[in-house]
Write a protein that binds this ligand. Structure first.
Ligand SMILES: C[S@@+](CC[C@H](N)C(=O)[O-])C[C@H]1O[C@@H](n2cnc3c(N)ncnc32)[C@H](O)[C@@H]1O
Length: 235
């Protein structure tokens, strides 16, 4: 044991193992069926209002779809992920689409190193729930530090906004729907709920505010997906 052994090991995968290359391919195919990824990216990029000289950091880039879409809008993108397999997959995809301005870095919310106030925008989608709440707070404090004073953060994740007194009801209702539609997302949903660290909406909002970030816009969807556009405010 040493003085840093209390720190959370973000490289140890919890829930779905994104170090497995088969899982990475499955994830990419599943997301392309489930989401309109191009349209999502377009909306986020429109909200961020990026300029060609801007630097954007994506944390938990996964298979790289957002970073690749953003590559047309600004000169420098740093795409961060803790999974080597995700990074290799995303890098290959970027190469195949002749995208050259993305730097792929193996690091996470708690370990990436960037100078203070060095980036214009931070985007993270469906990745922060890999950290328990205390570490989510540390992650957002670190994001606050690296954003320029005019910087923006777009955060989307699985965040519970249903009434927790009705939690059985919510999960059972959702699982029953997935079972009746024969949807193969069922196993991922169950694994997410019982092993990963999604939090409640009021806690997520508190964590964002405590980090010194102001929520300019928020959207809650289906009582378990939340998106926030935040700007820097003084701590
Ligand atoms: C559900 S995927 C989301 C990928 C992509 N952002 C998307 O929207 O499809 C979660 C990603 O977060 C990564 N991840 C997990 N823990 C992380 C951490 N502490 N820091 C950065 N990325 C992390 C995983 O390796 C995985 O690529």
């Amino acid at each position: 044991m040493n003085s840093s052994s209390w720190q959370f090991d973000e490289f140890q995968h919890i829930g779905t193992d994104y170090e497995s290359y088969a899982e990475v391919e499955t994830y990419d195919n599943r997301m392309n069926k489930l989401r309109d990824i191009k349209d999502e990216a377009k909306c986020i990029l429109c909200m961020l209002n990026l300029k060609p000289e801007h630097t954007l950091i994506e944390i938990g880039t996964g298979t790289g779809e957002f970073a690749i879409a953003a590559a047309d809008c600004c000169s420098k993108i740093i795409a961060i992920d803790v999974s080597e397999s995700m990074l290799k997959y995303a890098e290959k995809k970027a190469r195949s689409r002749s995208v050259k301005n993305i730097q792929f870095v193996k690091a996470g919310f708690l370990t990436f190193q960037l100078p203070n106030e060095s980036c214009d925008a931070v985007v993270s989608q469906f990745a922060l729930h890999h950290l328990p709440d205390f570490w989510k707070q540390i992650a957002l404090l670190r994001i606050y530090q690296m954003l320029k004073t005019t910087g923006k953060m777009y955060l989307k994740d699985i965040v519970y906004s249903f009434d927790p007194k009705k939690e059985d009801n919510f999960f059972e209702r959702y699982i029953t729907t997935l079972m009746t539609t024969g949807n193969d997302d069922l196993q991922y949903f169950v694994r997410h709920v019982n092993t990963e660290y999604s939090t409640l909406a009021w806690i997520m909002e508190g964590i964002i505010n405590k980090a010194g970030l102001s929520i300019e816009w928020a959207e809650y969807k289906d009582e378990f997906i939340a998106a926030y556009l935040c700007s820097k405010s003084s701590i």
